[in-house]
Design a protein around this ligand. Structure first.
Ligand SMILES: CC(C)(COP(=O)(O)OP(=O)(O)OC[C@H]1O[C@@H](n2cnc3c(N)ncnc32)[C@H](O)[C@@H]1OP(=O)(O)O)[C@@H](O)C(=O)NCCC(=O)NCCS
Length: 153
């Protein structure tokens, strides 16, 4: 079974919502409403296999040279097949195209990001804007996510 990576379309909002909601309920992603997904659909890429969305990821610009990878997830049963790395590659390519060389993420999946060329960094190096979304997070005063960064060349 082969997966392809493509830009998300409005028709993907429902499966994107379901996937992100599933991970949000487990506390490993921030929830995104369907309205927000509709508005930000241009920031998303999806992995598709046999007509089904089986993975997603998005970019969120945080500064003149800084962008965050958000909402990166692969559905159960499709993990460990290189699809997450394929989505990260495509998001890095898009960051490069937009001339945003610093790509960061907040994650529990540190070894996955290290395999994809990121390094662990102190959260304090990032500007205030990185943390604006945290007001929506139940763990905002006890954030245990790890910050990772890749600087594109
Ligand atoms: C993290 C996630 C996106 C990785 O996607 P994936 O398609 O399973 O990853 P890949 O198959 O591309 O993995 C690439 C490499 O990382 C390794 N890897 C993947 N997940 C890993 C993990 N949890 N821990 C350690 N290594 C991992 C793989 O073994 C592979 O290594 P290899 O190339 O030497 O075989 C996926 O597991 C997921 O959806 N997790 C839950 C949601 C989440 O936490 N998202 C991150 C939010 S920032």
């Amino acid at each position: 079974m082969s997966a392809v990576c493509r830009k998300a379309k409005l028709e993907d909002v429902e499966p994107l919502y379901q996937m992100i909601q599933g991970y949000a309920e487990k506390g490993i992603m921030l929830p995104r409403s369907k309205k927000v997904l509709e508005r930000q659909i241009g920031e998303f890429v999806v992995a598709e296999s046999e007509g089904q969305v089986i993975g997603c990821g998005s970019l969120c610009q945080l500064g003149s040279d800084l962008v965050e990878i958000r909402s990166l997830g692969i559905s159960e049963g499709h993990k460990g097949q290189g699809i997450g790395s394929m989505l990260v590659d495509s998001l890095l390519e898009e960051a490069r195209r937009r001339q945003l060389p610093k790509v960061m993420a907040l994650t529990y999946e540190v070894s996955f990001f290290i395999k994809n060329g990121f390094s662990v960094v102190e959260k304090e190096i990032f500007p205030e804007k990185v943390w604006t979304d945290c007001i929506h997070c139940k763990k905002q005063h006890a954030c245990d996510e790890i910050a990772v960064l890749k600087v594109l060349n």
